[in-house]
Design a binder for this molecule. Structure first.
Ligand code: ASP
Length: 333
């Protein structure tokens, strides 16, 4: 019989209404899941329940919480067949991406889920998300970090939060779904990550990283002051396949400054479904010539967490730039 660790970190699924709005309520949630009959059904894996403290709205989560979740999974890797992480939806894609790098080679299912409506509410989607995630976490063919939400199983580092209104909150714009759950769970096994036998938990450092999203009329010089030697990496969300407004004469000195300060510039796209190719247009070549690296089809979430991962693991800037463009754990094509 398979055994799963349910790790509750916060988020809407376990919230109740307080006078200041919805907030995590560990006492309520623990009681609710211990009373949930479906979790005791004969076809369910066995499970233990654990909470991180304090339970958080995921908009408050960062490197410290990712390290804490990653460490719990790494420390318990031999005790459980799979892990279900209950998490807020707002930054679930960032956490799933971060965990995919931290836990590279774990070779066990780590399924993040949560809900749009709290479990305490009548129409909550939390029940199905939790129950189906438990069944998925018991499938030993899955050897990666995923998000299960609203009937879709998505590779964690390919996911992005897409809707704050609908029950299908996450999309996977550049990679097929790993499964769809209707009447039955249909797995898309050929899309699964293959075995990777070198596991070593990689804690993240608090690396100073920035995101810039360009827009028509963008004034590069206003951002010059943030390109100091303190900044390690910057993700630029560009137009289309990697284009920026390069008419601005201020741009080149800024890119030069970034290069001098060893800031890694990663070019991603504002189009959710896109692959960056800076060689196509003259407007993209400016970035390429300045030494920016291509984020290819990385989501912004994966690009940011990959920078954290690489700067936590390596000091050599050229190595970091090289690895940014290479696939590490299924995050880019
Ligand atoms: N603000 C909540 C969170 O991310 C939203 C959710 O869980 O859906 O924790």
């Amino acid at each position: 019989m398979k055994k799963i660790l349910i790790l509750h970190t916060g988020g809407t699924i376990g919230m109740t209404l307080s006078k200041d709005g919805y907030k995590p309520d560990g006492k309520y949630f623990k009681q609710a899941i211990y009373h949930m009959d479906s979790l005791k059904a004969h076809n369910m894996p066995k499970w233990d329940y654990m909470e991180t403290k304090p339970l958080l709205d995921s908009s408050k989560m960062s490197v410290k919480e990712w390290n804490c979740i990653g460490r719990i999974i790494a420390d318990n890797k031999n005790k459980y067949d799979g892990f279900v992480i209950l998490h807020g939806t707002d930054t679930m894609s960032y956490s799933a991406s971060a965990l995919s790098f931290m836990l590279k080679g774990l070779n066990k299912p780590v399924i993040l889920t949560g809900s749009q409506i709290p479990l305490c509410e009548t129409r909550s989607d939390g029940r199905d998300n939790l129950i189906t995630s438990m069944l998925i976490a018991a499938n030993s063919n899955i050897k990666e970090v995923c998000i299960y939400f609203g009937g879709l199983l998505i590779r964690g580092n390919r996911s992005t939060k897409y809707s704050a209104d609908h029950m299908q909150a996450f999309a996977s714009p550049n990679y097929p779904f790993l499964a769809t759950a209707g009447i039955s769970i249909q797995y898309n096994e050929k899309a699964f990550l293959k075995n990777n036998n070198s596991f070593k938990f990689q804690e993240f450092k608090e690396v100073p990283i920035g995101i810039i999203s360009v827009f028509p009329g963008f004034k590069f010089e206003l951002f010059e002051s943030i390109i100091t030697e303190k900044l390690k990496g910057i993700v630029i969300e560009t137009f289309g396949s990697g284009n920026i407004p390069n008419e601005e004469k201020e741009l080149l000195p800024i890119l030069k400054k970034a290069k001098e300060n060893n800031v890694v510039i990663v070019v991603c796209s504002q189009c959710p479904q896109a692959t960056v190719d800076m060689s196509v247009y003259e407007t993209g070549q400016t970035l390429k010539k300045a030494g920016a690296v291509s984020g290819k089809d990385l989501t912004t979430e994966a690009a940011v967490t990959k920078l954290y991962y690489l700067f936590s693991k390596y000091t050599d800037i050229n190595k970091i730039k090289q690895y940014m463009e290479k696939n590490i754990c299924g995050e880019l094509t």
